[in-house]
Ligand binder design. Structure first.
Ligand code: GTP
Ligand code: SPV
Ligand code: MN
Length: 583
């Protein structure tokens, strides 16, 4: 097969000349194609069949044990000028980067099939969507891309019509961590990834395209590409507010996106609609509001901790037609991870389970499932114009200081809250876990350009005629002296969201403080929750001296972006700092 688009044909031929595959397969995205890939992977051992009685259409993939998460230290943004990548990215000169990685691609597909995957990020008919083509030698990547994106014939048609697409070249390579690079060339709309078969390193539509490249494009074109979930909250009157929330990797986006209301809320008629769990593209609409689409078509969710109690919607979604990566299995061959009932017999590496080897499922083990399988999947998620956003929420894992919820006084203050975000690191990237680091807007690993320019871009949305969402900051992860989480989290988070919506609708007054507006006494509805007054007080207290230290640290962090830091943001930090010193 070939394409009507000469530029695409030429690129595919050039890649084939370098990588020298035995055959080239253009993916059409059909069921037949998917089933054939699965059969082939069952034969090669890339997939292992799970219990088809309990989990029809479910398979397990075990990745190489050295290849289980994103590798931020091997991820590069290769802009012409080093300063355009910013201190938030690793940089390499484009010519050097191409030379280095092209050498690895030389002959790397010999004797094997090269797959050409045309995909669309976002609904096929949406003007907000963007297309790409990923070339890979990994059938596992093809199967995952089919679930995570709109992949195949319809996307190819759109690409041929538009003539413009992001080029992504991937090979699993030898899985040698010394020969592994994830390189982005935003000015060339090009991605090259070698030596990893895992998630965000290999499914190039996801973090590489929909965040790093898209954020770069979004800045030029006046929109936002963000690491956010999108959720619709329908109140008993039938009105739905859409909320977008940025939490760092493995900090609760999937959980909030699929939230099940507490019993009393359910009885009163509250409903929650899932629009997206990881990535959000937001464009200003003609009415001045921000409209969001989820560029993805599936969920690549964290398995451990997903349970009937924490996320029943996810559990229902993954009961069939799901690919599991690096989970454990039970005696009767069902997928298993920490948080589920039952006992593992085989760990994520295929060894007999022995607690001495650590958790049975890898902490970053994942499921890949079509969004359509989610019981709360919103019909609006397929709509071309996207959903209007009422509130933007920032949050991270902060064991102390940050209150359960606070609201920014205005857009600039909200941008400061997002920029100042911090969180303890998680297993979603290789490296130490539990270390507090700044992760502005949860985009530290994903912003494809200088953070200073990114903050300027965020601030630029505040202009005459704009009807911007309110901005909030939440912390589900505050810990008490006993080291336990103070807030029950999960479904109960709806109580906090209800307060936000009341603020949006002008129904809650709140209390103004130097750090933002907090819920006034009695405004958070806590009935039915066994939370002591002391715990609530601790969750909402304002430790002035702790905040003074925090504002000082935020100031130093902002200064690290040098002369690209918008002075407006530094002014905002000074304003809050001064307010904290005013008795
Ligand atoms: P990525 O897919 O990596 O971007 O992550 P995500 O933000 O979608 O993460 P996810 O929702 O899968 O969160 C995973 C972890 O957060 C699990 O360990 C959950 O138990 C924990 N978590 C989620 N929501 C809450 C909450 O409200 N409270 C507490 N304490 N933990 C939570
Ligand atoms: C994340 O790490 O934020 C993820 C998983 O959502 S990955 O696709 O690997 O980036
Ligand atoms: Mn993510």
């Amino acid at each position: 097969m070939t394409s009507k688009l000469a530029a695409l044909d030429r690129w595919v031929n050039d890649v084939a000349a370098t990588t020298r595959p035995a055959t080239i397969h253009w993916c059409d995205g059909s069921d037949t194609e998917y089933q054939a890939l699965v059969q082939q992977m069952l034969q090669t051992g890339d997939l292992i069949e799970l219990n088809q009685q309990t989990h029809p259409g479910c398979y397990l993939h075990r990745s190489n044990p050295s290849d289980v998460a994103r590798v931020e230290h091997l991820t590069f943004v290769c802009t012409e000028h080093e300063e355009d990548a910013g201190p938030n990215n690793h940089w390499m000169a484009p010519a050097d980067a191409h030379a280095k990685i092209d050498a690895l691609f030389e002959g790397c597909m010999e004797g094997r099939t090269m797959y050409v995957i045309p995909y669309c990020m976002g609904p096929i008919d949406s003007p907000l969507s963007r297309c790409g083509v990923e070339i890979t030698d990994s059938p596992y990547v093809v199967a995952n891309m089919r679930t995570m994106t709109r992949m195949g014939a319809a996307s190819l048609t759109r690409i041929e019509r538009e003539g413009r697409f992001v080029k992504g070249l991937h090979s699993t390579g030898e899985l040698d961590p010394e020969r592994r690079f994830i390189m982005h060339f935003p000015e060339e709309l090009t991605i090259k990834s070698y030596g990893s078969g895992y998630g965000g390193n290999a499914l190039l539509g996801k973090k590489c395209h929909a965040l790093r490249i898209a954020s770069f494009q979004a800045r030029r074109e006046g929109w936002l590409a963000e690491h956010m979930l999108i959720v619709g909250i329908e109140n008993p009157q039938g009105k739905t507010h859409y909320v977008a929330a940025a939490f760092p990797s493995a900090c609760g986006k999937t959980n909030l996106a699929m939230l099940i209301p507490p019993e009393g809320y359910r009885q009163n008629g509250w409903r929650v609609w899932t629009v997206g769990d990881d990535i959000c593209w937001m464009h200003p609409g003609e009415d001045g509001r921000l409209y969001a689409i989820n560029p993805e078509a599936g969920f690549f969710g964290v398995a451990p901790g997903t349970s009937e109690k924490s996320n029943p919607n996810a559990l229902t979604s993954i009961s069939h037609d799901t690919i599991f990566t690096n989970v454990a299995v039970t005696a009767d061959n069902q997928p298993w991870w920490e948080g589920l009932p039952g006992t593992p017999v085989t760990d994520w590496q295929g060894r007999p389970y022995d607690p001495a080897n650590g958790p049975a499922a890898h902490p970053n083990s994942r499921f890949t499932v079509s969004a359509k399988q989610c019981p709360t999947w919103s019909p609006k998620a397929e709509e071309a114009q996207g959903v209007p956003i009422s509130a933007i929420v920032f949050g991270g894992r902060r064991p102390s200081l940050l209150p359960l919820v606070m609201e920014a006084r205005d857009w600039a203050h909200g941008v400061l809250m997002g920029a100042a975000m911090g969180s303890e690191t998680t297993a979603a990237a290789t490296g130490a876990v539990g270390v507090l680091r700044r992760d502005s807007m949860a985009m530290k690993p994903f912003c494809g350009y200088h953070y200073g320019d990114y903050f300027t871009h965020w601030l630029s949305f505040d202009k005459p005629g704009a009807k911007l969402p309110k901005i909030f900051h939440v912390n589900w992860f505050r810990k008490g002296k006993d080291g336990k989480f103070l807030w029950p989290g999960f479904g109960e988070n709806l109580r906090v969201i209800e307060w936000m919506i009341d603020r949006v609708d002008g129904k809650a007054r709140g209390v103004e403080t130097p750090i933002g507006t907090l819920p006034a006494a009695g405004e958070l509805k806590l009935d039915g929750l066994a939370l002591s007054r002391d715990t609530m007080a601790e969750l909402l207290d304002l430790d002035t001296s702790g905040w003074q230290t925090e504002l000082h640290a935020i100031g130093e962090y902002l200064d690290s972006f040098g002369n690209r830091l918008p002075s407006r943001l530094r002014q905002e930090q000074l304003r809050v700092h001064q307010a904290l010193h005013t008795p």
